[in-house]
Write a protein that binds this ligand. Structure first.
Ligand code: PLP
Length: 373
């Protein structure tokens, strides 16, 4: 769906995209400077360790300890990947066989669903509540003898929901009881607003043997094209994960790992002001969506950079998106992309600055007022 909407945008030049899940800023200068270290040593042109270069792994270890309350020890391991999506496929291939079931929350992140299908597994989709919060009881009821893992994402794409710590604790505990893995995607960990805080289930004592945490530099550090992420997983999966990564990638691009080390040395101090500024953009987007509250219901979204409003319309989400692009010059993503039947549209504001948001949201409001009666 993303390429389909991308093509629509290309056919209608001047369209403002509220579709893309990217941030508007570039990596910190430290990332670019760190690449000099790569060029300084000709050995860097050779293959490097499957798990990641030691310098980056050390920075990851310190970050996990300080920010996520996750200690690396004999029970778990960390590995650098070529982005969060690759961390997910590594995890999936390590824990599941063909025919196994993987539980996703609806709406799902489409690349998770596609990876599950491509691995020959079955995505079992569990509905979330009216605020897009997961329902531990419904998850427990969906577990069968073929279930290998429960997937959660918080802050969430596509809903912007930040899952409650208590809920994540319940899901993690039920995974432990059921003998399945809890795979938690934290790509948007820094993107929380309005006093909410981020919680990592892998920080729960006794969770190391069944919890897999996925991270990405794409959003936090404006690093989408550099393809660097990382994962933390039970030590007993280390051999399997290394075999998978060695087969698919051998090692994450070493020049990008050096850049990532530079970015992580700049650290969350670089990210926080950016997220703060995005929080102001989010307020503007929220205010504009409120103007449409006779046509839209917008559930709480205290994280990531998305809203997924429900549209009161008999049109399909794709019909709405087409009209918005063709007649109003603004693009959003149809909610059907994320596996739900309700008429919803995903509004992404990460790529907007305060200067561009007014024009983009103005077009969206005018468009929806006209299209949705
Ligand atoms: C929930 C989630 N996980 C992972 C990714 C992919 O991240 P990466 O660029 O690190 O592969 C995205 C990108 O949109 C995402 O929304």
């Amino acid at each position: 769906m993303i390429p389909v909407v991308g093509e629509l945008i290309r056919q209608h030049p001047g369209t403002i995209s509220l579709g893309q899940g990217v941030v508007h800023y570039s990596p910190p200068p430290q990332a670019i400077e760190a690449m000099q270290k790569f060029f300084a040593d000709p050995q860097n042109h050779k293959y490097k360790p499957v798990q990641g270069i030691p310098e980056l792994l050390e920075l990851i270890e310190a970050k996990l300890r300080q920010e996520n309350g996750i200690a690396l020890n004999r029970e778990n391991a960390a590995l650098v990947t070529a982005g969060g999506n690759m961390a997910f496929i590594n995890a999936l291939l390590a824990v599941a066989d063909v025919g196994d079931e993987i539980i996703l929350q609806l709406p799902y992140y489409f690349n998770h669903e596609m990876a599950i299908t491509m691995a020959g597994c079955k995505a079992v989709c569990v509905p979330t509540d009216a605020q897009y919060q997961p329902d531990p009881q419904a998850i427990a009821a969906a577990i069968t003898p073929r279930t290998r893992a429960v997937i959660t994402i918080s802050p969430n794409n596509p809903t912007g929901a930040v899952y409650r710590e208590q809920t994540l604790r319940e899901i993690n505990a039920l995974c432990k009881r059921a003998g399945v893995y809890h795979i938690h995607d934290e790509a948007y960990e820094y993107f929380v607003y309005g006093g909410r805080s981020h919680f990592s289930p892998a920080s729960i004592p006794g969770s190391a043997a069944h919890t897999i945490s996925l991270y990405s530099l794409s959003k936090a550090y404006g690093f989408a094209s550099w393809r660097i992420g990382f994962m933390v997983f039970p030590a007993h999966l280390l051999t399997a994960v290394k075999k998978i990564q060695d087969t698919i990638l051998i090692c994450p691009p070493v020049i990008c790992q050096h850049a990532a080390a530079g970015a992580m040395r700049a650290g969350s101090e670089f990210c926080r002001p950016k997220v703060h500024a995005l929080g102001e953009v989010r307020e503007l987007v929220k205010d504009e969506l409120l103007k449409l509250n006779d046509r839209l219901v917008t559930p709480q979204a205290e994280g990531a950079f998305y809203f997924l409003p429900r549209v009161q319309s008999k049109l399909t989400p794709m019909e709405i998106v087409e009209q918005l692009v063709k007649e109003f010059g603004v693009a959003v993503i149809p909610g059907s992309t994320f596996g739900i039947q309700d008429c919803t549209i995903r509004v992404a504001y990460g790529a907007l600055s305060k200067e561009t948001v007014a024009e983009g949201m103005g077009r969206l409001v005018r468009g929806l007022k006209s299209i949705v009666n």
